[in-house]
Ligand binder design. Structure first.
Ligand code: GUN
Ligand code: ZN
Length: 489
């Protein structure tokens, strides 16, 4: 098969990758602007100027309309859209989910996509919505898998083939589906039917869907989050291992007079200022934008600029090893995103396995940072410390204190460790001077573990007032610990 996905840099479960297609290489993560072959709010031929590398359109819309179908069959998809880079086509599944029926079979639409020269084709999967009965989810999944299997047998070379992962909001079905498709070897794995979750701000459920499907996939396989186009959630989805997004949002929001930013969306009529430096915003005042005869087009262009700005922000964060800091910031844009961030911490164990062992300094951004995979990794490492004799635990490194055989550092959210490790990643983290109770809890649990694992050592904890926490009592109750208040020392 012609598919190829090379991962060149990683952070958390996110990665920068290169996906090779018949019309060139795509550097991921990236967004595919959705092109409606009937109405192009922004022309496909202009899309590169916003940062787009790859487009997505709907083969079913082309197939249904004589004029479009004839031209696509005669001149090819790339001539039809006037774009010579990679183009992905969807199959009509979305129409199936909206209208309940489509006038094409799986085999016909696959064959059509091949004939018009699509780079990445999609079979006619069934986008089973969230919260349906288990019976319905299983039944539809069975049909989806049969169709994907048929498609996999039809497509032998040339076009890359996507295998959409379905399973509604049943995490086990998502995982199982992903595992089955993995064995069938698709070139891209879209996670389907997540639009209803995003439309109703169910980002926490979205995290569960993504994490479950990812668990069933080969970690090196490229993943597309179907229908996700709001830049506010790119960082989160990328950190969970999504590589491709598609955005109709830039045009749909523009039609509704909505102005996208990475922090959320404004109605243009509520804008007094334009908080963006794109060419549209720099050449218009808010008043001019509202009144412009081509307001929809201007908004669509602004929306594209900010969408790709966020793509670059996310890529740089992967490169710089601070993607999770960006995730924590973006998740503060909306309370439902903050819930999703908490759900993300349920997957720290898995993220820890994906995360590079060393990167740039960790920045403590809030109570959720106490659940970061780096902190979890340290917690597991505590059992490797062997301490013998007397040990002083204090907040700052000092020159070796002759009174004690060991000097250990207490630093939330990590815990207690030999001071020689103070500059080692991730213990060199930038943290707050007055730790919150979430990070103190982790730090004390790890300290208690260390003390219990070294019963022959005698620990003296030089306790700062700002380290007060209910767990101090539990620490103090251990036979080989003495607590000295810092001001008495
Ligand atoms: N577009 C948005 N969601 C889906 C999906 O689940 N399947 C397909 N084929 N297209 C989509
Ligand atoms: Zn702008």
């Amino acid at each position: 098969m012609s598919s190829q996905f090379d991962i060149i840099h990683k952070d958390a479960a996110g990665r920068i990758g290169k996906l090779t297609t018949p019309h060139g290489v795509i550097e991921t993560p990236t967004v595919m602007p959705v092109i409606n072959p009937n109405i192009q709010t922004v022309k496909a031929s202009e899309m590169r100027s916003f940062g787009a590398q790859v487009l997505i359109t709907n083969s079913y819309i082309i197939y249904r309309k004589d004029e479009l179908r004839e031209k696509a069959l005669k001149d090819g998809l790339h001539a039809l859209l006037d774009f010579d880079g990679p183009i992905m086509t969807d199959s009509g599944s979305f129409q199936l989910s909206v209208y309940g029926d489509v006038e094409v079979t799986n085999e016909e639409i696959i064959e059509f996509q091949q004939k018009i020269g699509t780079d990445i084709g999609v079979p006619l999967d069934i986008p089973t919505p969230p919260d349906v009965t288990r019976e319905r989810a299983e039944e539809e999944l069975k049909i989806t898998i049969e169709r994907l299997k048929a498609a996999r047998e039809l497509v032998k070379d040339g076009m890359l083939l996507a295998g959409p992962v379905q399973g509604s909001t049943y995490n086990d079905l998502r995982e199982e589906c992903a595992r089955t498709l993995s064995e069938m070897k698709f070139d891209v794995y879209p996670f389907g039917a997540v639009v209803p979750l995003m439309e109703s701000y169910r980002y926490s459920d979205l995290v569960d869907v993504i994490a479950s499907a990812k668990k069933g996939l080969d970690p090196t396989a490229p993943v597309h989050l179907f229908g996700a186009g709001h830049p506010m959630m790119f960082a989160l989805a990328v950190a969970l291992g999504c590589d491709l997004f598609d955005s109709a949002a830039y045009a749909l929001y523009a039609k509704d007079r909505r102005y996208i930013t990475a922090r959320g969306t404004y109605h243009v009529d509520n804008l007094r200022y334009l908080p963006c430096s794109c060419p549209i915003c720099m050449s218009h005042t808010a008043e001019e934008l509202k009144k412009a005869h081509n307001c929809t087009e201007l908004l669509a262009k602004h929306n594209l600029y900010v969408t790709f700005e966020e793509v670059r922000e996310v890529k740089q964060a992967i490169w710089g090893g601070n993607l999770l800091e960006l995730v924590e910031q973006r998740c503060r844009s909306h309370p439902r995103m903050l819930e999703a961030l908490k759900t993300l911490s349920n997957y720290s164990e898995w993220l820890e396995q994906c995360d590079p062992a060393s990167k740039s300094t960790l920045f403590y951004c809030g109570p959720e940072s106490a659940k970061r995979p780096e902190v979890l990794r340290f917690s597991k490492h505590v059992e490797n410390f062997t301490i013998q004799g007397s040990a002083l635990i204090r907040a700052y490194p000092t020159k070796r204190d002759n009174e004690y055989e060991n000097v250990l550092i207490f630093k939330a959210p990590f815990g207690t460790y030999p001071q020689e490790l103070a500059e080692v990643y991730p213990l060199n983290a930038e943290v707050v001077k007055t730790p919150d109770s979430e990070s103190l809890e982790v730090a004390y649990l790890n300290t208690i573990k260390l003390v219990e694992l070294n019963p022959d050592a005698q620990f003296t904890f030089l306790m700062q007032g700002r380290f007060e926490h209910p767990l101090v009592e539990k620490l103090e109750a251990l036979p080989n610990v003495g607590i000295v208040l810092a001001h008495n020392y």
